[in-house]
Every structure is written in structure tokens, then in C-alpha cells.
Ligand binder design. Structure first.
Ligand code: AAO
Length: 511
């Protein structure tokens, strides 16, 4: 019995479902399109001190250079080779980043684009981030090398060679996603080239992978690749640790295949999470926060220990991918902070915080025609992430992860780690509150009238700093103070016109 327990504990800690974050660090941040040099600095100067567990980085492998439109962000989802050479930096810079981040206990997760190479109409030449030659028409990628028989052109049965219907699993997996040349992952050779790439990254010290377009790969093909992967680098991880795997499977319920087909490989992205949370916080479709009482699996989400969750991602914050108009982003900052706050306070799933850049949004027919615009740049060269005196970012980097409300909720999640979901309260409308054992408590007012209630917090008596309106600094609160009585009750008052209509207190914000 003892050995069984021990084995299952090891299984949990070391397996592909674990993000391998340091103890007490419970979230990752996606530093979308950041340069490796900036990420290394950010790990040291901000992420480690504030309890972030890891970073999802943009694809590090060589991609096509698109000039029309000029250097869109999405060019990085069109691989040309597996050389570590992109606008974010070269191989040395990548290695330096992984080492420095690991050394301060912040993990690096790589966005692995392994389903396909560049678009079929990309022509030929050396317009790639490292200058490697390719010929899309002949399916030649000599730097890998891949050639015509390494692609699914023969296997796909649609007239166009592309996915024409998402209701047919064969098309979704064997045909081209938006014309991207679809790799033949059933081939041993292709599997081994991909595994070689991923093993190189593991050797450098990355802790895991987001598998891009996982829904477009057969679960068995993914498994065959994962079976070839090495264990994590023992400079930083216990012997026998398997890379963390989270698969981009968009399953909003309407298609004939399910994300549970991928559980054997690792976690999956739960896209229903942000779609539903956005709908609730926007109060669309008759939704209200009171309904969040049973948030999680009862909302037809995947099991918590199989879920990677987020309010928005790099696709759906600009109308790509899935989720639609309900998705909340930094553009709707007030509602967004509440949504991210709710996500980080709630025990469901492993949480990913989005960190974006601003782009010149311009709407026609309801859609953003500038959805392609790449990161802040000078003539295509990505701009440095500068830091303002008030700790926000410059050069049009949004740095949501540095917003006080979001950063403090990442810390809240760490402080309440492992505690039960407790002391739920709601007013039947959009005023809700809940606790996490005796370690933390959060109250939201998303109604159009004030909240004024005395609630059971579950916390020991004392004076607590609200970490949304301010911080606890040198033994005093820069924001609102909450007095918890010895019976655990506290009085909360939140105006519906408050800058941030929610309050959060936790064990470490106690005076
Ligand atoms: C670019 C150009 C293309 C060009 C191509 C090749 O935009 O016009 O053909 O180059 O030259 C990114 C960009 C693409 C870009 C691509 C390559 O988003 O615009 O193409 O790089 O540069 C699907 C996939 C999902 C994918 C998502 C964007 O399933 O895997 O589309 N996400 C990842 C990355 C993403 C990247 C790629 C994959 C490719 O995160 O950044 O693309 O590496 C349905 C399906 C979803 C499907 C969506 C969108 O969703 O279920 O699986 O996502 O459609 O096609 C309701 C439904 C919901 C439905 C949704 C939208 O909500 O409930 O199921 O409507 O219809």
C-alpha cells in the first residue's frame, strides 16, 4: 500500500501532467512574441520574485519571413526548419534564457509547431528567419531535411487538399489546416526528426511543450513522438521527470471528436473556460456570476487535472481560433481583471496568464482587419521590452502579468495552493464570494448596484490588506483594509463604480 501511494505520488510529480514548477508556484505566463534576452531579464527581475512558475515562449524554431502583410505574428506558425533562430533570438540567446530562468526557478515551455511546415503557396527561396532554403511547391525543406514523401498530400481526400469540414476527423487530421503543408506523422522518419528537435530543447533545459494544432494530429501519432522524448535535464529536474505536455485541442463541444482522446498524452487546452467566463462576466445570454458556484467540470469542462486554462490566448484575443466575441482581453481591462482574478482564485485547472502587445485595432464588418499585426518592431526587428518607473512596460508591450491586480492574484493562487473551495456566497445575481480554506477569500461585485455584506471568510481574525486596490508594504496597506473578526466574519463594501469592483485577501496579506 505504501509503495503504491509513493508510486502514485511520484507519478503525479514526474508525469506529463505536471508543469514541474517549483513548490508553491502555480501559474505560467505567455510572453507572446518576446525576445529571449527580455525573457531572461524578466525571469530574474520580476517573475521569480513574484511567484510565477513558468513562461510559455513563442515558437523558437526557424520560420518563414512574410513580407505581405509585413512580418505578421503568425509567420512563426510556419516552420522552415528546427534551427533555433527567430526574431526572438538565436540559439545562444535561447540557451542563456533557459539557464537563467531555471536558475531562478522559472520554467520554460516551448510552443512546438510540429503538425505542419509553411503554407503550400509560400513559393521557394531563402526568405526565412535563418536564411534556410525551402521550396513549398516541391515540399522541400533541406535543412531538416523533409521532402515530398514526408507530407500527407496523398492521404488527404478533399478536393482542395485542405480541411473543408471540421465534422470529419480524417480531414481535420490528414488535410491542411489553412493550407499549411501537413506533415505525415505516421512516418517513423518524420516522428524521429520531430523528437530530435524536442529532445534538443529538453537537453537545453525546457520543462515542457504546448503542442500547437494538436487537434490536427492523431493522438496515437503524438504518443509515438512523445515516447521518443528524453526525461528532463537533471541539472534542474529530478531524475525521471517527463516533459509537461499541453495540447492545443479546441473542443467547444460541436465537433465529432473530443479532447478526452488526448488525455493519454498530457493536458489539453480547455477553450470552453474563457468562452464561458467571458459570457458570464459580460452578463450575456442571461448568465450571472451566481451561476459560477459550480464552475469546473459541471460546466462540461475536462477534469481539472487535465486542463490548461486561460481567459484569452494569442489567437482569440484578436479573433483567430475559437471563442468568439465573448472572450475578454486587456482591451476590456476592467472586466478582464475580474475574469483573470476569478480564474486565479478558483482551484480548477493549471492557469496561464496572457501577456500581450498593443496593435492598431481597426474594425470592418465587426472583425479586426489588423489582426495580423506583429509585435512592436523597428523595421521588423522586435523592440525591447522597456520598463517604466512605475513598473509597467513601455514600447507598446501591455504586460498584463505586471498589472498589480493580476500579479497579486498569481501570488494569491500560490498562497491558497491545495486549499478547498469554501464559503461560497452569492446574492442570486452578480455579487459572489468564495474562500480557499483558511488561506484566502475573494469578493466580486459585477452588479449595477453596491455590495454591502458581512460574509464568512474562513480566515483567522485580524486586519488584512486587499491585494486588488493595493499592496501590503512595510506592514501597512496601500489600498483597502478588511477587518476579519475572530469568528471569521468580515464586512465588505464594494461600489459598482469602483475602479476594480472586487476585493481579495489572503494569509500573506494579513498585517
Ligand atoms: C496564415 C494566414 C492564412 C494562410 C496561412 C498559410 O492567415 O490565411 O492560409 O497563413 O499561408 C496562425 C494564424 C493563422 C495563420 C497561421 C500560419 O492563426 O491565421 O495562417 O498561423 O501562419 C484552428 C486550429 C487551431 C489554430 C487556429 C488558429 O484548430 O489549431 O485555427 N491555432 C493554432 C495556433 C495559431 C496558428 C496555428 C494553429 C497554425 O494557435 O496561432 O495559426 O500553426 C473552429 C475549429 C478550430 C479552428 C477554428 C478556426 O472553431 O473548431 O479548431 O481553430 O475553427 O479555424 C465557433 C466554434 C468553434 C470554431 C469557431 C471558429 O466558436 O464553436 O469550434 O467558431 O469557426
Amino acid at each position: 500500500m505504501k509503495t503504491l501511494l509513493l508510486l502514485s505520488a511520484i507519478g503525479f510529480c514526474w508525469a506529463q501532467y505536471s508543469p514541474h514548477t517549483e513548490a508553491g508556484r502555480t501559474s505560467m505566463v505567455h510572453l507572446f512574441e518576446w525576445r529571449w534576452v527580455d525573457i531572461a531579464l524578466e525571469c530574474e527581475r520580476y517573475l521569480a520574485p513574484n511567484g510565477y512558475g513558468g513562461v510559455q515562449v513563442s515558437p523558437p524554431n526557424e520560420n518563414i519571413v512574410v513580407t505581405s502583410p509585413f512580418r505578421p505574428w503568425w509567420e512563426r506558425y510556419q516552420p522552415i526548419s528546427y534551427k533555433l533562430c527567430t526574431r526572438s533570438g538565436n540559439e545562444d540567446e535561447f540557451k542563456d534564457m533557459v539557464t537563467r530562468c531555471n536558475n531562478v526557478g522559472v520554467r520554460i515551455y516551448v510552443d512546438a509547431v510540429i503538425n505542419h511546415m509553411c503554407g503550400s503557396g509560400a513559393g521557394s527561396g531563402t526568405s526565412s528567419t535563418c536564411g534556410s532554403y525551402f521550396n513549398a511547391e516541391n515540399r522541400e525543406f533541406p535543412e531538416v531535411p523533409y521532402s515530398a514523401w514526408d507530407f500527407n498530400d496523398g492521404k488527404c481526400k478533399t478536393g482542395s487538399g485542405g480541411i473543408e469540414s471540421y465534422n470529419d476527423a480524417y480531414q481535420v487530421k490528414d488535410c491542411r489546416l489553412v493550407s499549411l503543408l501537413d506533415l505525415a506523422l505516421e512516418k517513423e522518419y518524420v516522428r524521429s526528426k520531430i523528437a530530435e528537435y524536442m529532445n534538443r530543447l529538453i537537453g537545453i533545459g525546457v520543462a515542457g511543450f504546448r503542442l500547437d494544432a494538436a487537434k490536427h494530429m492523431w493522438p496515437g501519432d503524438i504518443k509515438a513522438i512523445l515516447d521518443k522524448l528524453n526525461n528532463l535535464n537533471t541539472n534542474w529536474f529530478p531524475e525521471g521527470s517527463k516533459p509537461f505536455i499541453y495540447q492545443e485541442v479546441i473542443d467547444l463541444g460541436s465537433e465529432p471528436f473530443k479532447s478526452n482522446e488526448y488525455f493519454g498524452n498530457g493536458r489539453v487546452t480547455e477553450f470552453k473556460y474563457g468562452t464561458k467566463l467571458g459570457t458570464v462576466i459580460r452578463k450575456w445570454s442571461g448568465e450571472k456570476m451566481a451561476y459560477l458556484k459550480n464552475w469546473g467540470e459541471p460546466w462540461s469542462f475536462v477534469p481539472s487535472d487535465r486542463a490548461l486554462v486561460f481567459v484569452d490566448n494569442h489567437d482569440n484575443q484578436r479573433g483567430h481560433g475559437a471563442g468568439g466575441a465573448s472572450i475578454l482581453t486587456f482591451w476590456d481591462a476592467r472586466l478582464y481583471k475580474m475574469a483573470v482574478g476569478f480564474m486565479l482564485a478558483h482551484p480548477y485547472g493549471f492557469t496561464r496568464v496572457m501577456s500581450s502587445y498593443r496593435w492598431p485595432r481597426y474594425f470592418e464588418d465587426g472583425s479586426d482587419i489588423n489582426d495580423w499585426v506583429g509585435p512592436p518592431n523597428d523595421n521588423g526587428v522586435i523592440k525591447e521590452v522597456t520598463i517604466n518607473p512605475d513598473t509597467t512596460c513601455g514600447n507598446d508591450w501591455v504586460c498584463e502579468h505586471r498589472w498589480r491586480q493580476i500579479r497579486n492574484m498569481v501570488i494569491f493562487r500560490n498562497v491558497v495552493d491545495g486549499q478547498d473551495f469554501t464559503n461560497w456566497w452569492d446574492n442570486g445575481s452578480n455579487q459572489v464570494a468564495f474562500g480557499r480554506g483558511n488561506r484566502g477569500f475573494i469578493v466580486f461585485n459585477n452588479d449595477d448596484w453596491s455590495l454591502s455584506s458581512t460574509l464568512q471568510t474562513g480566515l483567522p481574525g485580524g486586519t488584512y490588506c486587499d491585494v486588488i486596490s493595493g499592496d501590503k508594504i512595510n506592514g501597512s496597506c496601500t489600498g483597502i483594509k478588511i477587518y476579519v473578526g475572530n469568528d471569521g466574519y468580515a464586512y465588505f463594501s464594494i461600489s459598482n463604480s469602483a475602479e476594480d469592483p472586487f476585493i481579495a485577501i489572503h494569509a500573506d496579506s494579513k498585517l
